[in-house]
Ligand binder design. Structure first.
Ligand code: ADP
Ligand code: ASP
Ligand code: MG
Length: 418
């Protein structure tokens, strides 16, 4: 009998009716002969509420919450509730189901609280339960350190829990049930003409996720790729049997027959642009600037440096996550004399729009089409960055939707057949 992991996100666990529907989908896979491990998210909105509580308590005690290990104790609790509820619902339907918390499995993680990484999932307990015919329900998002403290994996982390459990129990596939019926050419909430992709390669999905498509957490795609776990994204808003031939398979590029030059458009509003004007144009200056940001654990994304005509000075533009913007500016400002720039500017009303597609490797003119489509809409490109299978541009945040739709049309994505 083959093993299967089924993951249900927050909207799929939002209330008891949805939990009952998820239970029916689980029961159907079990009845079809699978050994099933289920990974669940907290009810929609619950994690936000818990995070807000930690903010309140953290402020009241004057303690910063990030890195505080009690943060994880609190925010991990949402998944405990849904895991118990789903197991209880399955029992009431006559199935032998059991919940297993992250510390009981155990899902062993690093000790970076709030952003832990899964290190190991010893499969023994899961194996025993599955082989005994039980349906095991595991809360996503949570783990435990070697020393026994509760951890969480970062927002959206249940996807990663699911893929990691699938790898640990050697599941044939990891099915991610969510509120859309697959991975689309862009976020269907922004572009109603977005089309579902039947298949997407791991590489493209990885880029899409890391460039802002939150349908899968980036780390989950990395893990699926490394551990060779086939992933399918599909809707939980159906009854058993209704979801035949729906969804999107995330798989190796070789398995995809119908290849697109561009497969998707992603966007991220979580961007801030910092400009350093009048930087001395000398060896080691970038190492100094970015060394200071790295020391503060600030991730820098796009970087552009331009020389002034005289050659003695340069301007540097870089982007960081919006949450890090103020800290980055403070660090730069406090090192102004050491670095030797004239002026610093911050713009946190920018967004990053990206096109992704493996076809870019072998086709020319892909970037040009992007730039032309944006210019026809009067959208100014502030920064550009490229890699083998993506082109990203930074634009004024106000034009996000317009840019996404313009690019979606420019590459004919609204006509992709499904
Ligand atoms: P869950 O709670 O099931 O984990 P998420 O809200 O994390 O669900 O992810 C699903 C959402 O991802 C969709 O509702 C959709 O708005 C968004 N999304 C962004 N980009 C895409 C895309 N390219 N394809 C499908 N969904 C996308
Ligand atoms: N409940 C967590 C969150 O909202 C984890 C997840 O849903 O993937 O981020
Ligand atoms: Mg999610």
């Amino acid at each position: 009998m083959t093993r299967l992991v089924m993951k249900f996100g927050g909207t799929s666990m939002a209330d008891l009716e949805r939990i009952r529907r998820a239970a029916r989908l689980v029961a159907a896979e079990y009845d079809a002969g699978h050994k099933v491990a289920v990974v669940v998210s907290a009810m929609a909105g619950k994690t936000n509420e818990l995070v807000a509580w930690t903010d309140g308590a953290g402020k009241a005690t004057g303690k910063a919450t990030p890195g505080d290990d009690e943060y994880d104790v609190i925010v991990a609790s949402g998944e405990q509730v849904t895991a118990g509820l789903l197991a209880m619902t399955l029992r009431n339907m006559g199935y032998d189901a059991v919940s297993m918390m992250g510390w009981q499995v155990p899902i062993i993680t690093s000790d970076v609280h709030g952003k832990a990484r899964i290190l190991d999932i010893p499969p023994a307990k899961l194996d025993t339960a599955l082989d005994a015919g039980q349906i095991v329900v595991v809360p996503g998002f949570q783990g435990v350190t070697e020393s026994g403290r509760i951890t969480t994996l970062g927002r959206g982390g249940s996807d990663t829990s699911a893929v990691a459990v699938a790898a640990a129990i050697k599941a044939v596939r990891c099915d991610i049930y969510t509120d859309v019926d697959g991975v689309y050419t862009t976020d269907p909430r922004i572009e109603s003409k977005a089309r579902r992709l039947k298949k997407i390669s791991f590489e493209e999905m990885l880029e899409m996720a890391s460039l802002g498509a939150k349908v899968l957490q980036t780390r989950s795609v990395e893990l699926a790729m490394a551990q060779r776990v086939p992933v399918r994204v599909l809707s939980s808003f159906v009854e058993p049997g209704e979801n035949i031939d729906q969804g999107t398979i995330v798989c190796d590029e070789e398995e995809i027959v119908e290849k697109h030059i561009v497969s998707g458009v992603a966007f991220s509003r979580d961007e801030a642009k910092i400009t350093l004007l009048g930087l001395p144009n000398k060896i080691g200056i970038s190492a100094l600037v970015f060394g200071k940001l790295a020391a503060a654990n600030i991730n820098v994304d796009m970087i552009v440096q331009s020389e002034k005509r005289s050659g003695e000075y340069a301007n540097q533009i870089f982007t960081v996550g919006r949450r890090d913007a103020k800290t980055a500016v403070d660090i730069m400002t406090s090192s102004k004399d050491e670095i030797g720039f004239d002026e610093i500017r911050l713009d946190d009303t920018v967004s990053k729009i990206s096109i992704v597609g493996v076809g870019m490797r072998s086709h020319t003119g892909v970037a040009e089409t992007m730039f032309r489509a944006l210019s026809e809409k009067g959208i100014n490109i502030q920064v550009i960055s490229t890699s083998e299978i993506k082109v990203s541009v930074l634009i004024d945040e106000a034009y996000t939707e317009l840019a996404v739709r313009a690019l979606h049309a420019a590459y004919g994505l609204d006509k992709i057949g499904v």
